[in-house]
Structure formats: C-alpha cells, structure tokens
Design a binder for this molecule. Structure first.
Ligand code: DGL
Length: 273
C-alpha cells in the first residue's frame, strides 16, 4: 500500500464546464483518486481558437498541474486534444497524458448504413488529427460532420431544455439524419449534457456514442499499468477540487446544475490564467 502522501492527483481540464461530463466518468472509473479539475472559462470557446493559442493554454494548465504534483493529465476536451496533446506529451514525458477524440471506430462498427454523424467544434473538425482519425478509423464508412458551437454556449449558459436548446439540437440532428447517419458521435465534452434533448429528437434506442467513458477507462488502465505505486488505495476518497480561469462562483453553480455535485470552486492562481 503506498503511503497516502505519495498519492498524487490527476489533473483534468477543458475550456469550461463541458469537461465536467468527463470528470464524472473519471470519478466513476477511479472512485478514490484525488482529482483537480480546471475550467479554462476565461478563454472559452476553444472551438474558435488557433492551434498556437490552445498549445499555450495547454502548457500553462499543464504547468499548474505539475505545480500540484499531478501524476497524470486528462485533456477532457476534444478540441484541445486535437490541437495540443502532442505538445503536452513532448513537454511532460514523465506524466501519463490522455486525451479525448470522436469515437469514429466504434461508430463505424455499429453502423449499418455506412454513414456516421459527428457533432463537434469547428476546431476539432478542421484539425489534421481529426482528418487522420477519420481516414484511419472509419473503415470505409462516410463521416458526415456538424459543427455545433451553439451547443457549447447553451451548456455553458445552463440552457439544457429550453426552446433555444431544442431548436439547436433538432436542426443539427436533422442535418445528420437526413444525410443517412444511423450512428451519432458526440465529439465534444459539452454535448453529453444535451443528450436528453437529443434523445427526444432521435428516440431512446438510436446509437449515440459519448466521449467520456473511453477516456476514463484508458486513464484507469494506464495508471494501473504504468504508475501502480501511485494509485490511491481503495477507500482513500481523494476528493475533487474545481478551479477556473474565469468566475469561480459560476463554476460552482455549473457543477451543481450539471452534476448535482456541491463543491466549492476557486480561481486558478494568476500565473496560469
Ligand atoms: N468541450 C470542448 C470539446 O470537447 C470544447 C468546447 C469549446 O470550448 O469550444 O471540444
């Protein structure tokens, strides 16, 4: 059993509150690990930012996690993964670094029509990393794309079930269904919070692949195989901290609305904002 002082936290970040969906999945897979979540809300949305900007933010936030003695970083953002995960890995070869990508491969395996629909940000869909993934993993299926920057803002505003959310979800889903998609991929960590609305449009049995569980499984596997001495012992109850480059009380409200987690949030120290 490791001494408890050796149990170093896992750093998780996103542009804002979307990565809270991934935080929930990680907590489910790793119930005892100490988790530190950073919402880079002062710089939201990531989907419209340049690769250079996202690399700069990735390195600043990774430096913050290192200052907290993190042993792993989970990039809970498809856009930041596409733009900057290589940069984080190059600067921190000693950390376990995992990211999140649209689940093209499992979608291709499920599809009967051979058409997969992907909702994501402009940044993710325009990235060379996504182009390579679609080429490699689609196994001949056609991948139809729908950028949904408006979904990100709806989730940030807490508008999960109003008329604006319904209209935005209906029009994006209709475009992909009309193109023949029989599997939908949520390629952005904000989007699971609109799943109930999407289900109303496509029905309860339509295959929709969420982003977080695969990242959480991969993170748990890599920690156990690559850093087992640092894994928290069962029952350690490592807790969870929330930080943001934006408005701390707002992040606390978002955690309450989106996860029903009652946690205080703090401002990220100025050096890393
Ligand atoms: N949640 C993010 C993602 O998974 C990005 C949303 C945004 O800031 O544009 O892509």
């Amino acid at each position: 059993m490791p001494p408890l002082s050796d149990v170093r936290p896992i750093g998780i970040y996103d542009s804002g509150a979307g990565g809270l969906s991934t935080l929930r999945d990680i907590r489910h897979a790793l119930p005892d690990e100490p988790l530190v979540y950073v919402a880079d809300s002062a710089h939201l949305p990531y989907g419209e930012k340049s690769q250079e900007f996202l690399e700069r933010r990735a390195l600043a936030i990774a430096d913050y996690f290192v200052s907290r003695h993190a042993r792993a970083i989970a990039v809970a953002c498809n856009t930041a993964t596409a733009a900057a995960i290589g940069t984080i890995r190059a600067h921190h070869p000693d950390l376990v670094v995992v990211g999140i990508e649209p689940a093209i491969k499992p979608a291709a395996q499920l599809s009967r029509t051979g058409v997969i629909g992907v909702f994501a940000t402009h940044g993710t869909l325009a990235s060379p990393r996504f182009a390579a993934l679609a080429q490699r993993a689609a196994s001949g299926a056609r991948v139809v794309l729908r950028p949904c920057p408006d979904w990100v803002l709806l989730v940030e505003n807490g508008q999960l079930d109003d008329d604006a959310a319904r209209a935005a979800v209906d029009s994006a889903a209709t475009a992909l269904l009309d193109a023949g998609a029989d599997v939908l991929v949520l390629g952005c960590t904000h989007f699971p919070f609109l799943l109930p609305m999407l289900r109303q449009r496509v029905g309860p049995d339509f295959p929709i692949i969420e982003p977080g569980p695969a990242l959480a499984r991969q993170l748990a596997y890599r920690l156990r195989t690559e850093a087992p001495a640092l894994v928290a012992p069962a029952g350690y109850a490592g807790g969870c901290e929330l930080l943001t480059s934006g408005d701390a009380s707002r992040l606390g409200e978002q955690a309450m609305q989106l996860l029903q987690w009652d946690l205080p949030a703090e401002r990220l120290p100025a050096t890393w904002r």
